[in-house]
Design a protein around this ligand. Structure first.
Ligand code: NAD
Length: 268
């Protein structure tokens, strides 16, 4: 964990869903570097976190209510409060509405694809926010941070079902901020776009996405200067820095909005 301390989150208790890899892993590292206690709720453990006494791992499928209730129970039993949750666990399957190329029907959207993405990206976010908000209302404080995506704000070719789930997350953020503001609970969305590769963006996902977009799957050297004003993909640590700031009291007047972190990219 080579992340630098850059703000004080001393004593904050933060749940990070999907914290074992990708963006979530960087968020956990950043929060720990700034002295927060972290509960990682994921399907699988990250071995690098085992030695750190400030990290508790809870095996949790965010789409299963009993698992989510257990995640909250474990956190309250250990720390007595929840200052923030980062609803980061998410899944994606690039799929076309209709395979109009007629060559790879496996990349046409199925009911199973819809259920898979809906369950984790939408139902999972609702179950986690609901279970955590019950505690935060009692505390009269808390922050709920939802990982949306630029795909959810602008739509993404070959990713309509994923985009839909992330648009829903953006709507939940605005609606829950209106419901929970009276309890001093903030709800904020974070919408990244193209980033350093994570396991979500593995070779198979790139191949599927290239097919759905009619581009060459072998050409992975995109000229980002054409699509991203800052000319490069985002770093996972940059997303993690934003989330650490949103967990902190320095962001105390930010709620009901989704923050674009995309190097200025706003649509394809
Ligand atoms: N990577 C990007 O470029 C990017 C861009 C925009 C938005 N996002 C969003 O950021 C979040 C993280 O993306 P990532 O690229 O780090 O993904 P990832 O696939 O690398 O990691 C996701 C993590 O979530 C966990 N997870 C999956 N299903 C789960 C479930 N049912 N219950 C609990 N945990 C589960 C996985 O085990 C994994 O640790 C997602 O919500 C994604 O939609 C990512």
């Amino acid at each position: 964990m080579a992340v630098e301390k850059w703000m004080d989150l001393n004593g904050k208790v933060v749940i990070v869903t999907g914290g074992s890899q990708g963006i979530g892993e960087h968020v956990v590292q950043n929060l720990r570097a700034n002295n927060a206690f972290v509960v990682v709720a994921d399907l699988r453990i990250n071995e690098n976190f085992i030695e750190d006494k400030g990290i508790v791992f809870v095996k949790c499928n965010v789409a299963k209510k009993s698992d989510v209730e257990n995640m909250v129970k474990v956190t309250i039993e250990k720390y007595g409060k929840i200052d923030a949750i980062v609803n980061n666990a998410g899944v994606s399957r690039p799929r076309m509405l209709v395979d109009y190329y007629g060559q790879k029907p496996e990349y046409e959207l199925t009911e199973d694809d819809l259920d898979f993405m809906y369950n984790v990206n939408q139902k999972g976010v609702v179950l986690c926010a609901q279970a955590v908000a019950r505690e935060m209302i009692k505390q009269k404080s808390g922050v709920i941070i939802n990982l949306s995506s630029q795909a959810g704000i602008h739509g993404s070719k070959g990713q309509s079902a994923y985009s839909g789930t992330k648009a829903a997350v953006h709507s939940y953020t605005m609606a829950w901020a209106k419901e929970l503001g009276q309890f001093n609970i903030r709800v904020v969305g974070v919408a990244p776009d193209v980033n350093e590769r994570t396991p979500m963006n593995n070779d198979a996902a790139f191949e599927a996405l290239a097919y759905t977009r009619g581009t060459d799957p072998k050409n992975t050297t995109d000229d980002y200067t054409k699509t991203i004003p800052l000319g490069r993909p985002g770093k996972l640590d940059e997303v993690a820095d934003l989330i650490a700031y949103l967990v902190s009291d320095h962001s105390s007047y930010i709620t009901g909005t989704t923050i674009n972190i995309s190097g200025g990219k706003s649509c394809n």
